[in-house]
Design a protein around this ligand. Structure first.
Ligand SMILES: C[S@@+](CC[C@H](N)C(=O)[O-])C[C@H]1O[C@@H](n2cnc3c(N)ncnc32)[C@H](O)[C@@H]1O
Length: 276
């Protein structure tokens, strides 16, 4: 069997499953063979070994069962940087880059706090771009802390970051920060059943923010009130457009008055931010 033969087979299997089935087929074959997409396209006549065929078929089966590509590749690009990603942690989304954009425009900073850090992408990207000197990342999940630490090591940033396993709801940090970023779980619990099968492979606790999706915003507001220095920057991701006014109200009720909104690349309001 050649690359061209398996490509046709995979394409047939993927046709009804993915809207971009051509790309999905090439990606999975390139992952199975450890070769670039360009190589797959240019070497359709190359014969495959039994082992290579079995590897590709195994990946195809998992992909058809709804396992996200990032979990198979164990990698996802965020802001031009490749991060290690594993099952049990949220897969970084491009819209979260909006937080980094604000920080790069407003920085540099000295001491950053990344609430709900997941795989560590926000804080680590900001450190890579030299927009902050050091970061603390907080997450409730041990798996996230493990993955974030691997990413810090990969990027040579271990000495400038500290990842702590803790529940934001009972966080008692005494330190002051001049930068606080957060991408909390913000989907209403009722949204779970209608999420695409692929998204439901990601951890529920990384996505769901209570009945209205808003349970974590008062907690974030409390931390901004207590731990952000005067003049410090906060940037917090939100989900739906309808959450803008609700989150603004929550922040105002904690006397956080400078509350601005930044849109993501799709033109949707995505980040509530301001200076204390
Ligand atoms: C939307 S994800 C964000 C992950 C990462 N910052 C990103 O942008 O890809 C939310 C994260 O919050 C964590 N989390 C959920 N509840 C938490 C809590 N009570 N305290 C701390 N972290 C929590 C989850 O484990 C998950 O990693």
């Amino acid at each position: 069997m050649t690359i061209g033969d398996i490509y046709k087979e995979v394409l047939e299997l993927f046709r009804d499953k993915f809207s971009n089935s051509y790309l999905e087929a090439i990606l999975i074959i390139s992952l199975g063979l450890g070769k670039s997409k360009e190589y797959i396209l240019a070497h359709q006549e190359v014969e495959l070994s039994e082992k290579e065929i079995a590897k590709i078929k195994g990946l195809v089966e998992k992909r058809l069962a709804g396992v996200p590509y990032a979990y198979l590749k164990k990698e996802k690009e965020f802001f031009g940087i490749n991060f290690f990603i594993d099952e049990g942690v949220l897969i970084p989304r491009p819209e979260t880059e909006t937080i980094v954009e604000i920080v790069l425009e407003e920085g540099p900073f000295v001491n950053g706090l990344d609430l709900f850090c997941g795989s560590g992408i926000i804080g680590l990207t900001i450190l890579c771009k030299e927009a902050c000197q050091r970061f603390i990342g907080i997450d409730i999940s041990s798996k996230s802390i493990e993955v974030a630490t691997i990413n810090a090591e990969k990027l040579g940033l271990l000495e400038r970051v500290n990842f702590l396993k803790a529940d934001i709801r009972s966080l008692a940090l005494e330190e002051d920060f001049d930068l606080i970023v957060a991408n909390p779980p913000y989907l209403p619990v009722s949204a779970w059943d209608s999420l695409p099968q692929e998204v439901r492979q990601e951890p529920k606790e990384a996505l769901l923010g209570g009945d209205d999706g808003l349970i974590f915003y008062p907690e974030i507001a409390k931390i901004i009130t207590k731990n952000l220095v005067k003049g410090g920057l906060f940037a917090v991701e939100i989900g739906k457009k309808e959450q803008v006014d609700r989150v603004k109200e929550i922040f105002l009720s904690y006397n956080i008055k400078d509350v601005r909104v930044k849109e993501d690349l799709s033109g949707l309001p995505r980040v509530i931010w301001g200076r204390k």
